[in-house]
Ligand binder design. Structure first.
Ligand SMILES: [Zn+2]
Length: 209
């Protein structure tokens, strides 16, 4: 048997189960197990995340991505400044606490579709060299995209911001071909104080994928 969430999210390397739900017998690996059933500390869990990203670096030549889809992050996680991410999927990830991507380099395609940020999400000064996707992402805490550089398509379709949002990307789009200068904010919902400095809001009709 293997982790039901690894199967659901199509992980190429399903992880061994660490917990079985007595209610339905479904098994969960350490990455996908609920917070209270991981059996390791937040620090130990975060180390596993760092190692998974580092280990992927060696095989970044292929078109695949570092798969962190559906991962349940049990506590605060801080990525060292200037951390380089390969193409990575955080789709359906649940960040139960604060996450810090300050000055991170996302070198390939980056996906946060349907991710839930239950704490603060800090992307200050981060750089997205490939496409960045935050479709249906929910931000519940303070969210910071100041001085973020998007060099490719960025999508925030139906993203929901429940907390304070600061969104002031640098105007660095001159470096990329005109046809790739697209940032899409479709159904961009912010319920709290919102700063959208230097941002161009486009409707879905104007946005060419
Ligand atoms: Zn799993």
């Amino acid at each position: 048997m293997s982790c039901c969430k690894c199967q659901e999210h199509g992980w190429a390397d399903p992880q061994p189960p660490v917990w079985t739900d007595p209610a339905d017998g479904r098994e969960y690996c350490v990455f996908h197990a609920p917070v209270e059933h991981k059996g390791i500390s937040v620090a130990e869990f975060n180390k596993k995340i760092f190692r998974r990203i580092e280990d992927f670096g060696g095989s970044a030549q292929n078109n695949s991505r570092c798969d962190l889809s559906g991962v349940v992050f049990p506590g605060e996680i801080i990525f060292e400044e200037n951390t380089e991410f390969p193409s990575v999927s955080f789709n359906y990830a649940i960040f139960t606490s604060n996450i810090d991507f300050i000055n991170a380099f996302f070198t390939g395609e980056t996906e946060f579709d349907n991710a839930h940020f239950k704490g603060d999400a800090d992307f200050f000064g981060s750089q997205f060299n490939g496409s960045a996707s935050f479709n249906w992402t929910k931000f519940y805490g303070y969210t910071d995209f100041r001085e973020t550089e998007f060099y490719n398509k960025s999508k925030f379709k139906r993203a929901l911001f429940n907390g304070e949002l600061k969104f002031c990307p640098l105007n660095n789009f001159k470096k990329i071909p005109a046809k790739r200068k697209a940032i899409s904010y479709t159904t961009f919902v912010a319920l709290h104080s919102t700063i959208l400095r230097n941002s161009t809001l486009k409707t879905a009709e104007n946005y060419k994928d």
